[in-house]
Design a binder for this molecule. Sequence first.
Ligand code: 16G
Ligand code: MG
Length: 542
Amino acid sequence: MDLDAVTKQSVLHAKPDGLILQYGTAGFRTKAEHLDHVMFRMGLLAVLRSKQTKSTIGVMVTASHNPEEDNGVKLVDPLGEMLAASWEEHATCLANAEEQHLPSVLVDISEKAAVDLHQDAFVVIGRDTRPSSEKLAQSVIDGVTVLGGQFHDYGLLTTPQLHYMVFCRNSKGQYGKATVEGYYQKLSSAFVELTKQAFCTGDDHRTLKVDCANGIGALKLAEMKHYFSQGLSVQLFNDGTKGKLNHLCGADFVKSHQKPPQGIEMKANESCCSFDGDADRIVYYYHDADGQFHLIDGDKIATLISSFLKELLVEIGDGLSLGVVQTAYANGSSTRYLEEVMKVPVYCTKTGVKHLHHKAQEFDIGVYFEANGHGTVLFSKAAETKIKQLAKESEDEKRKAAKMLENIIDLFNQTIGDAISDMLVIEAILALKGLTVQQWDALYTDLPNRQLKVKVADRQVISTTDAERQVVTPPGLQDAINDLVKKYRLSRAFVRPSGTEDIVRVYAEADSQENTDSLAYEVSLAVFQLAGGIGERPQRGF
Ligand code: 16G
Ligand code: MG
């Protein structure tokens, strides 16, 4: 390591004094103007991680659904997964080191992680459409090059596309070709193959309106839609030509406000969906004939997908295990439906993709979705091998099911939730099952639910257990929540410190919206009183 060169370059990417940031669930995320030094240093760190793993590492510059003024950065590990937890700590140390300590922190990380500094390093970089992203990506490149790393800058990519590139490169092309074209071809041909059966039986051509949050999803979907246009035509809205990124649109807006985005024309019963700013989340929705808005969130997406997979698994009859992974935010009705009607085992993990992802890896086929629309399906190597074998060998009906599963394996981005890939899977299943979006929605009825935020002096005073469903500290808070929940029917509530904002999140559900809102308010008040609330007290009515 040429530490003198690092010191010299680092001056050009100086850290503002006293600024402390943390590598959280979504990497580093804050106002773009505070991130130049973080980007440079994540370039350095990616080189070390690449040397240590002897693999290509990814760096994605994005702040997902955050406002346009924000930005962020995440590292992508060799199999296209989120960065390992021990390296999140290294990332935090490196980002927060004062200028004069930077060389010693680099040496320290290299020693702790037993990095072989003689190894070559290769880093791939992607970025979203934020005005600040291009310059910040250049700072990453500066960090990579000063440590002698090689790199490929993919320029504009969705987050899942960058994860895909990393996995393709490290699997030596077995997972797919590490180009945007390769991504389009892999997914589109799996979609076309999977839906052949539905469309040759004369099903109408499918159309879908997509709100792209004025983000990167619009550019990529516009390029990709020609590849699958025989089966599905997508009409893009909020494509970034006019509106601001994530402003009054996008999956996060639709899910949290439970209303349609601006900038999309919805007719009664038309199927619509929204991506978030970096296209790793998707939610569906429609207006019924009475003008009422219906949201189809990640829970219902998981239900549609897992019921389809279960049918295929019964058909091939090979005893492959199927599990669904959710978080505490999953609507109680979805969990009940999955367990009691579909008889699928359901597991709950902490919020954050990496937790769901790891749990899903325990099954032959693991379906994971957060209610916010982030999710995918993972197939174990053994399941994939078995399915491919059956697709070649077995008798007719079995073979048909195995072939469909084979296409589904290719269609799901196995590295991370991917709005484009999920959209194609959903459209394929709806076409094959002949389901309308209303019929899908009618699988079960969501319990009314409400999310609120409470400001406290230090949100870390709240610690949780049982996948964030129970509070451990401060003392008394869980008892208070239990007493409040008892007042209502079909009720549930939990609180947790946010990993991305300086607030405490409150979730409540109950038998009616009115009761839900009361419960959410009362729990917020308990948090305010017992966990050091600051500013205005929570108010009844929102
Ligand atoms: C991040 C997570 C997302 C989670 C959200 C929770 C990743 C890639 N993203 O966006 O999964 O739902 O944080 O935010 O892990 P919160 O902690 O502020 O509620
Ligand atoms: Mg996102």
